[in-house]
Design a binder for this molecule. Structure first.
Ligand code: SF4
Ligand code: SF4
Length: 201
């Protein structure tokens, strides 16, 4: 008798388990599919904005970028993915500043940590979501991000430089003269002040 009740009990739990499984399967039948049919959906699929595929320069409509060649991104990259070539130029004020020549980015070694983007003081770089980057050789993964020709900065002529230098020297001489006069005035004042130790004698 006991074995008959055990038989029906295990049959009932088996049917219950089967129904539970069928419920899960049935639910999956009606759940919207999340599998992407790539590449068939290439044209209509919207990739998430936050997806990081590769680093790029931000150019405005006139072909200008905001990179000031400070090399913060290069220093902060943990993988040595960024390599920046710079040159020194003279500004119209006669001072020297670094200017970007080439900005190289090796997509093959990038871990998409975004430290470069967050450390950029001018917001010159960002990630885009163009993920189709398959190539046949690793060297092709090294990209020059400043792909447009770098615009030349106005530089002073030798005459303008000479004038800037003359003005600078004149300012230095004026400052020195002022400092010497102030020192002399201070010395005269201290000589004119009676010595209190002498007075007390
Ligand atoms: S995302 Fe990270 S690894 Fe990639 S270039 Fe920027 S700092 Fe380097
Ligand atoms: S991209 Fe930004 S952090 Fe990198 S060199 Fe240019 S200005 Fe500096």
């Amino acid at each position: 008798m006991g074995s008959v009740s055990e038989y029906f009990s295990s049959l009932g739990s088996g049917i219950l388990s089967l129904l539970k499984g069928m419920k899960v399967t049935g639910k999956e039948f009606v759940t919207p599919k999340i599998t992407e049919c790539y590449p068939e959906n290439r044209t209509e699929h919207k990739w998430p904005e936050r997806f990081r595929a590769q680093l790029k320069f931000i150019y405005d409509g006139e072909g200008n970028h905001k990179c000031i060649a400070c090399q913060n991104c290069e220093r902060n990259c943990p993988n040595g993915t960024i390599s920046i070539e710079t040159k020194m130029v003279t500004t119209m004020q006669g001072t020297k500043k670094k200017k970007l020549v080439k900005y190289h980015y090796d997509l093959g070694s990038c871990t998409f940590c975004q430290l470069c983007v967050t450390s950029c003081p001018t917001g010159a770089i960002e990630f885009d979501n163009d993920f189709e980057q398959a190539v046949f050789t690793r060297s092709k993964l090294v990209k020059q991000l400043n792909y447009l020709p770098e615009k030349e900065e106005p530089e002073p002529t030798p005459e303008q430089l000479a004038q800037i230098e003359a003005e600078r020297q004149a300012k230095i001489a004026e400052a020195k003269a002022k400092a010497a006069a102030a020192k002399a005035a201070q010395g005269g004042a201290s000589n004119a002040t009676p010595d209190k130790t002498e007075e007390n004698k």
